[in-house]
Design a protein around this ligand. Structure first.
Ligand code: NAD
Ligand code: LMR
Length: 342
């Protein structure tokens, strides 16, 4: 989407392709945790979006240099830096989309839930500031464990009296990006054609690719389904192990997060055909939060695509039942944390 959007706005002039300064660039995006492994490449990709007029970068340290560096790119977005809690409110004023990749990443041997003790408080504090300064913004939560940090964010917004479930998203785009890549590789398909919905949550068995709903329609052996499902579920761990202590996915995550930002901006801009998977408040199952395909509109989630959960294979039906216990307890853990805090 980012690529399409960029190329559709490029113009040919005397044999050279240039990006024209888009007169329609009018959206403000803030990244909280912008100096980190995800934050920096994400900031670069968002700086390339012709829909962005202001890009506000916030972190507790090292964000000045990132902003100075990015500000030299000749794309429309005006880059500003904000360091530390005293500058957070200014970072958020008037912002349309807030992306939150702040927090610690995994090391080998850890689960995403092992990050809860540190990241839960970080997300809570940042979302409080979002509630106070840009309660209308779309909020994209990347910080893990997403299965719990999104319910924490929802509770914080409720406590502040500004919760709009249509505007709070756990970012699961990377699961879709991975599923599309692995399926295209396995079946020798053109990457651009492949789309696999991924539902449930964002940890281990809660990540459930619906391979039977792959577009274009593909047939898999039982063995292929199992192998692909497990690889998609463990793809984060694959990267954590390859990085051997230096963190988790950052570049592919930035790519995925930029796609979700661009989709949100297109929806805000009135595009009536924007679909993504995301972890949101949901009634497609009996769990209060669930990732599924959603239709995005100007006001956030316009529809949950519950039809994806119809006509599942036996393998998928069993997997949906199997993930519910873990997802439920991660949701309850997040809600419990937010309700206990002063
Ligand atoms: P990182 O350590 O490289 O960067 C995190 C950044 O957050 C740092 O710059 C740090 O200074 C900043 N930070 C810490 N406390 C902060 C606070 N209170 N306010 C603002 N900024 C703060 O980590 P990373 O690799 O960028 O990963 C960040 C998070 O994203 C981790 O929790 C990781 O597990 C998660 N993640 C999620 C997905 C997903 O699919 N949703 C994918 C990859 C990583
Ligand atoms: C991922 O899926 O890559 C992220 O959730 C980071 C992790 O800890 O695996």
């Amino acid at each position: 989407a980012l690529q399409n959007s960029l190329s559709s706005r490029s113009v040919k002039s005397i044999g050279r392709t240039q990006y024209r300064l888009n007169p329609q660039a009018s959206y403000k995006v803030a990244i909280l945790g912008a100096a980190g492994g995800i934050g920096q490449p994400l900031a670069l990709l968002v700086k390339m979006s012709p829909l962005v007029s202001s890009l506000n970068l916030y972190d507790i340290a090292n964000v000045k240099g990132v902003a100075a560096d990015l500000s030299h790119c000749n794309t429309p977005a005006q880059v500003s830096d904000f360091t530390g809690a005293s500058e957070l409110a200014d970072c958020l004023k008037g912002v349309n989309v807030v992306v939150i990749p702040a927090g610690v990443p995994r090391k080998p041997g850890m689960t995403r839930d092992d990050l809860f003790n540190i990241n839960a408080s970080i997300v809570k504090t940042l979302v409080e500031a979002v509630a106070d300064n840009c309660p209308e913004a779309f909020i994209h939560v990347i910080s893990n464990p997403v299965n719990s940090t999104v319910p924490i964010a929802a509770e914080v917004l409720k406590q502040k009296g500004v919760y709009d479930p249509k505007k709070l998203f756990g970012v699961t785009t990377l699961d879709v990006v991975r599923a599309n890549t692995f399926v295209a590789q396995k079946k020798n398909l053109r990457l651009i054609d492949v789309d696999v919905p991924v539902i449930g949550g964002h940890a281990g068995i809660t990540i459930l690719p619906l391979l039977s709903k792959t577009k274009p329609s593909v047939s898999f052996t039982d063995e292929e389904i199992h192998e692909l499902t497990v690889r998609i579920q463990n793809a984060g761990t694959e990267v954590v192990e390859a990085k051997a202590g230096a963190g988790s996915a950052t570049l592919s995550m930035a790519y995925a997060a930029a796609r979700f930002v661009e989709s949100s901006l297109r929806a805000l801009d009135g595009d009536g055909d924007v679909y993504e998977c995301a972890y949101v408040q949901s009634d497609v199952t009996d769990l209060p939060f669930f990732a599924s395909r959603i239709k995005l509109g100007k006001k956030g989630v316009e529809a949950l695509i519950s039809s994806d959960l119809q006509g599942l294979t036996e393998y998928e039906l069993k997997a949906v039942e199997a993930l519910k216990g873990e997802l439920k307890s991660s949701i309850e853990k997040g809600i419990g944390f937010a309700q206990k805090q002063p």
